[in-house]
Design a protein around this ligand. Structure first.
Ligand code: SF4
Ligand code: SF4
Length: 356
């Protein structure tokens, strides 16, 4: 598994030009260089050289990064900040008993017992059989949101859904720096995939998609890495567009959409929305700007989140639509939290499935 020192070259390639400041939503609110890539890299260089020690304060600056990737897309040196922050967080995780306890609670209680409890009362949706099959990865968010919508939509389009029980994709462990825990999520995923022997995997959650696509880079075992490279992991919208599948809603409706940072296939979502009969899609300004929430850890930074969200709210209201759709449980929470009852927020797939 990669460690912070493995990113020494990438960190060193930062020219300190400061261009990342102009796109970083956190920097725009805080004005503090320690909360943007340039500042992160200066601190991490000090850490690698042994001039700085990992501390609670440094970890807070790392935690403030939303991992939205806006700086990476803009950076002249093309530095991928998300992986570097994950490796740095792993350094803090090793030295922090508190983080280890929180991670244990996350694994065993939040994404273990709690998800198992939900499973007890929400039997898995059954799919019709068709020649064409995909395997659906429904992580814990999808369990809360329900898998019926995915089955209903794909069945309506003539696709059979293989719907095994998966546990969490591990995104929160990755964000916390528990890379061992994240590797366990990778191995669980591979074990289930091998059992069903199917290469087409679809997911609906942006965070699950990002994690699954990152698995082959972060897996410890070479054999697992190679196996993962043979699997087609796609967002459900990418799959629907590739197969030119179209839906019709029972009644006309207007919607807007917030793009979660973790998805890189917005074009497929736009195509999906624009090709639904009876649906009018209104694209909001800055539809791709981060909502300010990066996992539940950011609740402790409520004031910063609220300031970042302010622009998002203005842009939603300008569309004059009642319905805001998104495809990430975290974004859904954030959009609802700041809605002040001005609009309703829905998971994209559930919203459409309830109207076909
Ligand atoms: S834009 Fe890239 S190279 Fe410039 S300071 Fe930010 S991280 Fe460094
Ligand atoms: S990933 Fe987003 S929040 Fe983090 S430093 Fe880059 S622009 Fe800022």
């Amino acid at each position: 598994m990669k460690q912070l020192k493995d990113f020494k070259g990438n960190i060193h390639s930062c020219s300190k030009c400061g261009l990342c400041q102009s796109v970083c939503p956190v920097y725009k609110v805080t004005g503090n260089d320690c909360t943007v890539s340039r500042g992160h890299f200066i601190m991490l260089q000090g850490l690698i050289k042994g001039e700085l020690k990992m501390s609670k304060k440094l970890n807070r600056y790392l935690d403030l990064c939303l991992k939205c990737g806006a700086c990476s897309r803009f950076c002249p040196s093309g530095i991928d900040v998300v992986d570097i922050i994950a490796a740095a967080k792993a350094e803090y995780f090793k030295s922090s008993l508190r983080q280890k306890i929180l991670s244990f609670i996350q694994k065993k209680i939040v994404f273990g017992a709690f998800v198992d409890f939900i499973n007890l009362f929400t039997p898995k949706a059954k799919s019709k059989t068709f020649d064409k099959k995909v395997l659906y990865f429904g992580g814990c968010g999808a369990k809360i949101n329900g898998d019926k919508s995915v089955v209903k939509i794909l069945n309506a389009l003539g696709i059979e859904v293989i719907n095994p029980s998966f546990s969490c994709c591990g995104v929160s462990l990755f964000t916390r720096g528990d890379l061992k825990g994240f590797n366990q999520s990778i191995e669980n995923f591979v074990k289930i995939l091998k059992k069903y022997n199917i290469k087409d995997v679809v997911t609906t959650c942006a965070s699950c998609e990002k994690s699954l696509k990152d698995y082959s880079r972060w897996a410890e075992s070479q054999e697992v890495k190679e196996f993962l490279r043979t699997i087609n992991i796609r967002n459900i919208y990418e799959y629907i567009r590739e197969n030119n599948l179209k839906l019709t809603l029972k009644k006309p409706v207007e919607v807007t959409f917030h793009k979660p940072c973790n998805i890189d296939n917005y074009d497929d979502i736009k195509w999906f929305l624009n090709n639904i009969e009876n649906l009018r899609y209104i694209e909001m300004n800055d539809y791709d700007k981060c909502c300010g929430l990066n996992g539940i850890s950011k609740f402790s930074e409520y004031k910063i989140m609220a300031k970042i969200f302010n622009n998002k709210r203005k842009n939603i209201l300008k569309t004059n639509t009642k319905y805001v759709l998104t495809s990430c449980l975290g974004c859904e929470v954030s959009l609802k939290l700041f809605s002040r009852n001005s609009y309703s927020v829905y998971d994209l797939i559930n919203f459409i499935a309830n109207r076909i």
